[in-house]
Write a protein that binds this ligand. Structure first.
Ligand code: XMP
Length: 319
């Protein structure tokens, strides 16, 4: 792709000019954006970049192995894997307000990055995979501090104490452009085509209080849902699909035993940039198949519902 090849070269020049011989750390989230940002920055400045993958205990099933494997084995980019799940889940205990969850997670991410930066003798820059829609959704129409709809934690708000400047090489791009750039950089198709995954991870897909047990239940159910989407050949038609574990128990019957377990909501939307979205019109047989598998295979879920809300008036995530 002509345009992206030019963008890539220009972005690399810009990164070099900005960073000089400084050190950069980049948080990898498992998503496409941070991965593309990391590969681009690595191409620009090589070993001046250290990537940090923080497992906050709210990642998808097998996510850590996939991300760490891709970067260590495929790219040879220096990568620190931090298992911070006890820290994050501990601090999130008892927190149920969505914005409070985001703030807590954002603060802990910064604590962890700071600690990792110290270990490598200090870093001058923090790299982030911020996209254009993140920038505009976080800024009011007048450009001032906004009544944000959601505080996307990867935009702005870096505490003063952090003393690191930001490197954001994707700030001008929309998601589909980031994918083109990712392909241009040689990222594997399976990675480039992945559905977006929010920084706060499963925290915002567990309305109410978060526990490790709920996160485990949600991970299992969501893996089945995504597996069925792929098996049906629908994954690439859908912008984003995921499950939400509701803080509601309902009565069910399994064999001749009464159950009282959680409801799981399935979400799937089509979109081009995440700013607006339509719910995906699955056929009922597909939904029935997914529901049956989840209820049979996942302990703790005895009812499955499908969300038919578009954006607006809904948002894509439930929190
Ligand atoms: P909403 O729910 O606002 O989501 O319609 C639009 C897109 O943004 C993602 N999202 C987030 N990404 N931190 C992120 O990095 C967040 O706090 C966050 N909240 C929503 C969401 O998954 C969707 O792709």
């Amino acid at each position: 792709d002509w345009t992206m090849a030019a963008y890539r070269a220009e972005a690399i020049d810009k990164i070099r000019a900005q960073v000089g011989d400084g050190k950069v750390i980049c948080g990898l989230s498992g998503g496409v954006d941070s991965s593309v940002a990391a590969v681009l920055i690595h191409e620009a400045i090589g070993d001046q970049l250290t990537c940090v993958y923080v497992d906050h205990g709210l990642m998808r099933l097998n996510e850590s192995e996939e991300v760490v494997g891709l970067f260590r084995d495929h790219y040879n980019i220096p990568l620190v894997h931090v298992d911070a799940s006890d820290l994050f889940l501990g601090e999130l205990a008892g927190v149920s307000d969505p914005e409070q969850k985001r703030k807590t997670i954002g603060r802990l991410f910064i604590d962890v990055f700071e600690a990792e930066a110290k270990k490598i003798g200090g870093a001058d820059y923090l790299a982030q995979g911020t996209l254009y829609p993140d920038v505009i959704e976080s800024v009011s129409p007048t450009g001032g501090p906004s009544h944000t709809i959601k505080s996307h934690h990867n935009v702005g708000g870096l505490p003063e104490r952090m003393n690191m400047k930001l490197v954001e090489p994707l700030r001008d791009l929309f998601k589909d452009e980031v994918r083109v750039l990712g392909r241009e950089l040689g990222l594997p198709e399976a990675f480039v085509g992945r559905h977006p995954f929010p920084g706060p991870g499963l925290a915002i897909r567990i309305p109410g209080e978060i526990t490790r047990e709920k996160a485990d239940t949600l991970r299992k159910a969501d893996a089945i849902y995504i597996e069925e989407i792929k098996a049906a050949g629908l994954y690439d038609e859908i912008w984003q699909a995921f499950s939400v574990l509701l803080p509601v128990n309902t009565v069910g019957v399994m064999g001749d035993v009464r159950t009282y377990e959680a409801v799981l909501a399935l979400r799937a939307v089509t979109s081009t940039d995440g700013m607006t979205a339509d719910y995906y019109p699955y056929d009922h047989a597909f939904l029935g198949r997914v529901a049956t598998r989840i209820i049979n295979e996942v302990k703790g879920v005895n009812r499955v519902v499908y969300d038919v809300t578009s954006k607006p008036p809904g948002t894509i995530e439930w929190e």
